[in-house]
Structures are given as structure tokens and as C-alpha cells.
Write a protein that binds this ligand. Structure first.
Ligand SMILES: Nc1ncnc2c1ncn2[C@@H]1O[C@H](COP(=O)(O)OP(=O)(O)OP(=O)(O)O)[C@@H](O)[C@H]1O
Ligand SMILES: [Mg+2]
Length: 354
């Protein structure tokens, strides 16, 4: 396995900068997800790491080895790209063996490695099937086996699960994570799905317009987004407009002043963000108000039953405020009806200035 370092990596297509002086240090055996909207340069970055696209400038290191100008086959990286086409006229075992045969591996060793790779992805019992006799998830696992069979130094995955339905995706995703940990594979995973990135990666690099906006552990990025862009991309939904009003103070358009606990590293100071699960509703003043309680009055506009939770959509002087209340039989919190005026409260430390 090897660490991966990107230094000031840049690439333009037809005068448009696609990847812009990107720096990144990955540890050995780390699982890193590139997360960002369509067109932000995720695939281009991955293709440069794989050797399928040549950077205009910058360097790529695998461990101490400068691979910037090496062709793909000399980088020893396993690749799985979206679509992951298997050879349709070859069996599962044949598909997995193909890369080894290209590398002139001996017959006995090839058989042994293919068997082990298929066992790792739990496909050994289907080794003699053709791809069309497999489900999408099974094909996906074969593609993974094909990528890991020659003990790559790194695994490079571009939206490898996007063709699967939600249930299968979650299944293959946890298999992938297990495999990556068992083999201690340095893995780069490209996705535009925040849930996927959060549940699978050691660290997430959030990309926007060819640059990394923020890189950190999922819980860091979730709890402390550096910018409005990152917060929005990670599904944060409450953004209160206003203006910073001195240290730790934020003034809403209504004139009400609220406290907050944190300022994003790239904050512009015009938005206060609070997660829906951090807001409590009550009629009148909140019953157990902690010292740093912030409260606003708002009108219930919609009540949506969402299975494990109830979502309240409130109107706060023209701004939408979404509140999630967990369902469960351990307590019976008050229910609120459409049209009611309620108090929405949260702790200052759970609000972030962005
Ligand atoms: N070979 C190419 N020739 C010209 N332009 C390209 C090429 N590859 C990518 N681009 C452009 O570079 C930009 C970034 O593309 P890239 O494929 O890296 O985006 P992405 O983040 O992977 O998006 P998606 O989530 O849609 O896959 C896009 O505007 C794209 O049109
Ligand atoms: Mg892409």
C-alpha cells in the first residue's frame, strides 16, 4: 500500500480550469471520498491519479514515488469506474483473471489469486457464471474483485455504486469498506452522494469548482462546515439570513439578536446555520432551557410524517425553518399543528456562523 500526495495539481480543458492547484495528503490505508456537485472536477482528479488524464502542472506521488508522468499500468492502482463494464463473453473468473494474464502471471498463481479475490467479495460460488447471469450488485462485486486481484497499491473508484438501487448500494458499500479495511487499501472514492461519503470514508474532501473547500473526518465536516457551500452540500437546511453583530452575536432581519458557538473557516458572516435535529419546539418558553438557549417564535406551516421522525416546516419571518423530532415509544413529545405559533429553541453552541 502507499500513501498518495497531490501537489498543486492543475488541469484545464479548452481554457477552462477544471482542477485548480489541488493539494492533498492521503495516509497509507486511508479511505478518502471526493464529494462535490456535478462538474466540479472529481472524475478529472481521479483520472489524473489513475494516469488516464495528464495534469498541466503539479505532481502526484504514490509513497515517495513520483508517478506524475507514468502510464496507468505502471502505477499499480486498481480502478473501478462508473459503468464498470465486465467482458460479457467471459465468465466471472475469466473477467477477474484477465488483468493477471495481461501481466503474464503463471496459471497456478492466477487461479489462486482469482479464487481469493472472489472469496473476498463473496462471489466464489458464482465463478463460472457469465455477467448477464448476475444481478447489478454481483457484477459490481466482480468489478471490485477485478480491481483488487493484483494487490494494487491504491484503489481508485469513480461512483462505482451509482447503478445500484438504494438497498444494494448500502450493502455493496459496507462490503467495500470491509474489504478496504481487511486489505488496508489506500482508496479514493468519488461520489456526489453525501450519505455515501459520510458512511464510508475516513475523510471527505468537499470539492467545488476544481478546488477543495474543506477536508476532514465526516463528523468534523458535518458538525463544523467551513462554508455555506459545504453546509448546503452536507444537507444542512436551516440558513437564517442576517448580519454579524459583534463577537458571538448575530442579528436577524427582524432585529432579534442570537448567539452562536462557531464560525466557519470561510464564513462570510451573513448566515446562521442550525441543523433540524438540534431544534426543539414548545408552546411558550422552552421547559428546560439551558444557559445558552436561543429561542425564536415561528408559525407551523407543514407537518410531515417521515417514519422515524416528524418534520416540521416553520415560517420565521419569511425564512423557512425545518425541525426534526425523532419518533419513538420511549417518550411522547408534544405534537404541534399547522397554523400554530410555537417557540423554536436551540443551544447557541449548535449554531454556526457561515
Ligand atoms: N476530456 C474532457 N474534455 C473536455 N472537457 C472535459 C473533459 N473531461 C472533463 N471535462 C470538463 O471538466 C469539468 C469537470 O468534469 P469532471 O468529469 O471532472 O466532473 P465531475 O465532478 O466528475 O462531475 P460528475 O459528478 O458529473 O461526474 C466539466 O465541466 C467537464 O465538462
Ligand atoms: Mg464524474
Amino acid at each position: 500500500m502507499s500513501s498518495i500526495t497531490l501537489q498543486a495539481l492543475s488541469k484545464s480543458y479548452g481554457g477552462t480550469v477544471t482542477v485548480d492547484r489541488l493539494d492533498l495528503d492521503m495516509r497509507e490505508a486511508e479511505f478518502l471520498a471526493f464529494l462535490g456537485p456535478s462538474g466540479c472536477g472529481k472524475s478529472t482528479t481521479l483520472r489524473m491519479i489513475a494516469g488516464l488524464a495528464m495534469p498541466d502542472s503539479g505532481r502526484i506521488l504514490f509513497g515517495e514515488r513520483d508517478v506524475t508522468r507514468l502510464p496507468p499500468y505502471r502505477r499499480n492502482a486498481g480502478l473501478v469506474f462508473q459503468g464498470y463494464a465486465l467482458f460479457p463473453n467471459m465468465t466471472v473468473a475469466g473477467n477477474v483473471a484477465f488483468g493477471l494474464q495481461m501481466r503474464r502471471t503463471g496459471k497456478a498463481e492466477t487461479e489462486e489469486r482469482v479464487r481469493r479475490a472472489l472469496e473476498l467479495v463473496r462471489m466464489a460460488h458464482l465463478a463460472d457464471r457469465l455477467p448477464r447471469q448476475l444481478s447489478g450488485g454481483q457484477q459490481q462485486r466482480v468489478a471490485l474483485a477485478r480491481a483488487i486481484v493484483y494487490s494494487p497499491d491504491a484503489l481508485l473508484l469513480d461512483e462505482p455504486l451509482s447503478a445500484l438501487d438504494a438497498k444494494l448500494r448500502a450493502e455493496v458499500r459496507s462490503e467495500l469498506r470491509r474489504l478496504q479495511q481487511d486489505l488496508a487499501l489506500t482508496t479514493v472514492f468519488v461520489t456526489h452522494d453525501q450519505d455515501e461519503a459520510i458512511s464510508v470514508a475516513d475523510r471527505i474532501a468537499v470539492m467545488s469548482a476544481g478546488r477543495i473547500e474543506q477536508v476532514g473526518r465526516p463528523e468534523e465536516i458535518y458538525a463544523a462546515p467551513a462554508s455555506l457551500f459545504v453546509a448546503e452540500f452536507l444537507g444542512m437546511s436551516n440558513f437564517l439570513p442576517g448580519a454579524s453583530d459583534g463577537p458571538g452575536r448575530f442579528r436577524l432581519a427582524s432585529g432579534q439578536v442570537l448567539g452562536f458557538g462557531r464560525t466557519g473557516a470561510r464564513a462570510r458572516g451573513a448566515t446562521l446555520a442550525v441543523r433540524p435535529e438540534n431544534i426543539r419546539l414548545s408552546r411558550g418558553a422552552p421547559a428546560e432551557a439551558p444557559g445558552d438557549c436561543q429561542a425564536v417564535d415561528a408559525v407551523v406551516e407543514e407537518v410531515l410524517y417521515r417514519g422515524s421522525l416528524v418534520e416540521y416546516r416553520l415560517d420565521l419571518g419569511g425564512t423557512r425553518l425545518t425541525v426534526h423530532r425523532q419518533n419513538g415509544d420511549h417518550d411522547r413529545p408534544e405534537a404541534f399543528a399547522r397554523g400554530e405559533t410555537v417557540t423554536a429553541a436551540w443551544r447557541a453552541r449548535s449554531a454556526i456562523l457561515l
